[in-house]
Design a protein around this ligand. Structure first.
Ligand SMILES: C[S@@+](CC[C@H](N)C(=O)[O-])C[C@H]1O[C@@H](n2cnc3c(N)ncnc32)[C@H](O)[C@@H]1O
Length: 277
């Protein structure tokens, strides 16, 4: 395992353990400490969506968007969530694909898997399965999934090409990729980029929006769209950047508008010339 994967696993293992412990000790939920600003993780889901879910699934939500809101899911479809965490998007997808469909969550962190499986039990969801593994090497067969979702996870991977190659491999021809992630827009000086990435919790680094587009096309995807929807403001990160020793007022112009949560959509062509491997 790479140092980055180890760091990611430790960080999310500790978060999952704190949610589980708070819930066991007090019957209530712990505030999450994901390293992300509230401006990233807040107000992503409607009350109608969260009201039907176990409280711990909602508390453990660490995403930066609502990928299930990006697309129509049909009864009977198979959905895969890359880096499923406490399982919020898997449980929401499971409701939409219904008993004849299936929602898989994939995560490499044991504590997150335990939390997600406990949430699945509380939700009584029988069409859900949480798999242990990495998103760089997905433990599912070729052409087996209708829709891939993911919420703020691809930025944590140090091998994004492998993630996109694997996503392409497991999708059925015509299958859709609908992901929420943090992106960088345009050129940003390296030290500022790193500080902002640390603020948003991107341990391995966010992709620049054109780079994301190019990598998806290189993996074989078509109909690629990268749509920033929540652009971060220097004020969101002011105290973090100041604590890192940076002069925020001087940096404001370089940071403003450059970091965003984006919806990223693409499709595996119905007839693909690329061999799945
Ligand atoms: C920021 S959290 C997001 C969790 C969930 N998607 C959500 O919206 O709440 C990142 C999750 O991805 C998992 N993860 C990170 N890198 C991974 C990798 N390379 N393979 C599998 N899981 C990974 C972590 O264990 C963690 O549960």
């Amino acid at each position: 395992m790479s140092d980055i994967q180890q760091a990611v696993r430790e960080k999310y293992g500790a978060i999952a353990a704190s949610v589980t412990e708070a819930s066991t000790n007090t019957g209530c939920c712990a505030p999450t400490h994901c390293g992300c600003g509230d401006s990233m993780t807040s107000n992503l889901y409607s009350d109608a969506e969260t009201s039907g879910l176990p409280a711990d699934a909602v508390t453990a939500s660490l995403g930066c968007g609502n990928p299930t809101a990006l697309l129509a899911l049909e009864p009977g479809q198979t959905v895969l969530d890359l880096g499923s965490g406490g399982g919020i998007d898997v449980l929401l997808s499971a409701k939409r694909v219904g008993p004849t469909g299936k929602a898989y969550g994939l995560d490499m962190t044991d504590e997150m898997l335990a939390l997600a499986r406990a949430n699945q039990r509380k939700a009584g969801a029988t069409n859900v399965e949480f798999l242990k593994g990495t998103i760089e090497s997905i433990p599912l067969p070729d052409n087996s999934v209708d829709v891939i979702i993911s919420n703020c996870v691809i930025n944590l991977s140090s091998d994004k090409d492998a993630v996109l190659r694997e996503a392409f491999r497991v999708l059925k021809p015509g299958g859709r990729f609908a992901v929420s992630d943090v992106i960088v827009r345009g050129d940003v000086p390296v030290d500022i980029r790193r500080s902002m990435e640390l603020w948003v919790g991107c341990i391995a680094g966010a992709l620049e929006e054109r780079e994301f587009d190019a990598k998806l096309r290189a993996a074989g995807f078509a109909d690629v769209e990268v749509e920033p929807w929540r652009v971060y403001n220097i004020e969101d990160a002011r105290s973090f950047l100041t604590e890192s020793g940076l002069n925020v007022d001087r940096l404001a112009k370089e940071v403003e508008g450059r970091f965003a949560s984006a919806f990223v959509r693409a499709r595996k062509p119905a007839t693909s010339s690329r061999a799945s491997a």
